[in-house]
Design a protein around this ligand. Structure first.
Ligand SMILES: Nc1nc2c(c(=O)[nH]1)N[C@@H](CN(C=O)c1ccc(C(=O)N[C@@H](CCC(=O)O)C(=O)O)cc1)CN2
Ligand SMILES: NCC(=O)N[C@@H]1O[C@H](COP(=O)([O-])[O-])[C@@H](O)[C@H]1O
Length: 308
């Protein structure tokens, strides 16, 4: 496949990674520059949201210089003449977002806050939950965001069936569905109705530590029990199974020898809040590109030939 090694820089060369003192601070992996041994990618055809296909060349520069490179690759461009930042203008209609939660909703809050401060070109128009009294639902009600129940739970009086949920989200004119700590299986009716428009954030480096039974603290306990040295959040597209959809973005954090599951969870969650906001900002700015082999990529805001 002509783009077999397009992103080798993403795999950390651990032999060159510096050793870290046992401390609770984050570190950034240095990703190797793309060496000349990798086939150069001169021009590839990519699908773009409008469906048009146009050649795009990807130079052999280091596509991501560190694990902490912002997905949006910094949207501000300082104007030397004016001495202040000039935010790149975003055109097009603001995207309408539906967020699905089951718990506290800290990722939901991060996205809503980014929308309110203007860095995210979209609005949360509806919250969906299976737990009417969860923290995410309370936050939505306190911020005037409609809350709908799905699926219909035994101990809940109301709730929608899959087809009614699709109809309801269509009435809200939803463009993008964001799962954020939602613990139920998304039905195939929704996946078919919102093709390539449902993403999820998972608290491990998929495909490791994913699938049925892998949620919340269970994930972090398994990471520690297996002795994994790295973990971190994954944002992926949602298909009909748990955590098997195409990976869109990841961040890496260290797993320290004396970590508790709670300490690891907190370290990963901090990265989740940043990563999810940056990914949703990119999607709201139509910076998503589908590689010919079906892998989704996020185009850099600074240089359309670079990917995050
Ligand atoms: N069709 C899909 N639906 C959902 C996905 C997905 O990738 N495809 N992601 C999950 C989120 N998730 C991991 O990121 C996840 C959530 C829940 C479970 C799980 O095992 N749930 C239990 C029920 C838990 C409960 O009710 O408290 C179960 O199904 O037995 C695994 C992974 C959201 N939906
Ligand atoms: N497999 C799904 C899963 O485990 N999701 C995880 O649930 C937490 C929700 O936190 P939040 O409600 O504060 O956003 C997050 O850590 C998210 O990655």
């Amino acid at each position: 496949m002509e783009i077999q090694h397009i992103l080798p820089g993403f795999s950390p060369k651990l032999s060159s990674a510096p050793s870290f003192p046992i401390s609770k601070q984050l570190f950034s992996l240095k990703f190797p520059l793309l060496s000349s041994s990798y086939p150069s990618i001169q021009s590839q055809n990519f699908e773009v949201p409008s469906g048009a296909v146009y050649p795009m060349s990807i130079s052999q520069k280091d596509i991501c210089s560190s694990s902490r490179r912002r997905v949006s690759c910094s949207s501000n461009t300082a104007d030397p003449n004016k001495g202040h930042e000039v935010r790149a203008q975003v055109t097009g209609r603001r995207k309408k977002l539906a967020v699905f939660v089951s718990g506290g909703g800290s990722n939901f809050r991060s996205i809503h806050e980014a929308s309110k401060r203007g860095s995210l070109h979209g609005d949360v128009v509806v919250l969906v939950t299976n737990k009417s009294e969860c923290g995410g639902a309370e936050y939505a009600r306190n911020n005037g965001i409609p809350v709908i129940m799905f699926p219909k739970a035994k101990d809940e009086s109301d709730g929608l069936c899959p087809n009614d949920l699709v109809d309801t989200l269509r009435r809200f004119e939803v463009d993008l569905i964001l799962l954020a700590g939602y613990l139920k299986l998304i039905p195939v009716e929704l996946i078919q109705a919102f093709e390539r428009s449902i993403i999820n954030i998972h608290p491990s480096l998929l495909p490791a530590f994913g699938g049925k039974g892998h949620y919340g603290m269970k994930v972090h306990k398994a990471v520690i029990a297996f002795g994994a040295r790295f973990s971190g959040p994954t944002v992926h597209f949602v298909d009909e199974h748990y955590d098997t959809g195409r990976i869109l973005a990841q961040r890496v954090v260290p797993v320290l020898a004396n970590d508790t599951a709670e300490e690891l969870a907190a370290r990963v969650l901090r990265e989740e809040h940043q990563l999810y906001v940056e990914v949703v900002e990119a999607l709201c700015e139509d910076r998503l590109v589908w590689r010919k082999d079906g892998v989704p990529l996020i185009r850099s805001k600074e240089n359309p030939d670079e990917f995050c």
